[in-house]
Design a protein around this ligand. Structure first.
Ligand SMILES: *[C@@H]1O[C@H](CO)[C@@H](O)[C@H](O)[C@H]1NC(C)=O
Ligand SMILES: *[C@@H]1O[C@H](CO)[C@@H](O)[C@H](O)[C@H]1NC(C)=O
Ligand SMILES: *[C@@H]1O[C@H](CO)[C@@H](O)[C@H](O)[C@H]1NC(C)=O
Ligand SMILES: *[C@@H]1O[C@H](CO)[C@@H](O)[C@H](O)[C@H]1NC(C)=O
Ligand SMILES: *[C@@H]1O[C@H](CO)[C@@H](O)[C@H](O)[C@H]1NC(C)=O
Length: 190
């Protein structure tokens, strides 16, 4: 689902009679506009989902809408896992001028291995990465951490790609909570 959270009015803008209104739209990880791939690589999580394959067990009450998507990139096939050495993607096409990605992070280094290795692309162009080794604090999580932002995009349609892991890279855990984008509403009747 989507919710309209913030509203900022910028004055004056294009002409005397035009208002440019920036509206932040929150896209929850459970929103069907986020496309997850490859098939089966992402676990759909909430308080009721019992994911036996998931070693990360964050507090659902600290996730927006109580939901998150969990994926682990593994460079080596441990024998029981699909997609070894294959990066995992969460893609969102949105209409706006800015985009922000929020994740939870596991701080433990073993089971779960909270190492982060994410890369972010907008319209096929590499923008930034979020690389952080696990701190090594057992049973500890960080919540709603901004892991990526891009705020000077040309207003219009863009595709954001979150890539978890890279070929021959380190193991990487992603706990995606939500994405925010800034919609540009141009009101010429003002
Ligand atoms: C939208 O949300 C981001 C991330 O929380 C924030 O930095 C930005 O100022 C917000 N923009 C507007 C127009 O409210
Ligand atoms: C997401 O984007 C990546 C990188 O462009 C692409 O390889 C993948 O097929 C896309 N996934 C979906 C479901 O569109
Ligand atoms: C953290 O958990 C790992 C894996 O269960 C264990 O090997 C390690 O001893 C724990 N460390 C502490 C400080 O409890
Ligand atoms: C994006 O939103 C703006 C403002 O409402 C609209 O004018 C424009 O047609 C939209 N563009 C796309 C590609 O949907
Ligand atoms: C990954 O490692 C294999 C084996 O060492 C090598 O053949 C391959 O070129 C590497 N791929 C990348 C993208 O680094």
């Amino acid at each position: 689902m989507r919710s309209f959270l913030w509203l900022t009015i910028l004055l004056p803008s294009l002409t005397q009679n035009t208002l440019c209104i920036l509206i932040n739209v929150t896209v929850d990880d459970s929103d069907h506009s986020i496309l997850y791939s490859p098939a089966g690589a992402w676990n759909v999580r909430n308080a009721a989902s019992s994911c036996s394959a998931c070693t990360a067990q964050p507090d659902p009450t600290k996730m927006v809408l109580g939901t998150w998507h969990d994926s682990t990139f593994r460079p080596i096939d441990g024998g029981t896992h699909d997609n070894p050495n294959t990066p995992l993607f969460a893609n969102l096409t949105f209409n706006g001028s800015a985009v922000y990605v929020f994740c939870a992070l596991a701080e433990s280094a073993i089971s779960p291995d909270g190492n982060s290795d994410m890369a972010f692309y907008v319209d096929g162009q590499f923008m930034d990465s979020f690389v952080k080794p696990a701190l090594g604090i057992n049973n500890s999580y960080e919540y709603q951490l901004p892991v990526f932002s891009a705020h000077s995009l040309a207003p219009g349609e863009h595709t954001l790609v979150l890539q978890n892991g890279h070929v021959n890279g380190t193991q990487s855990l992603v706990l995606l909570d939500y994405i925010v984008y800034t919609y540009v509403l141009i009101d010429t009747s003002a």
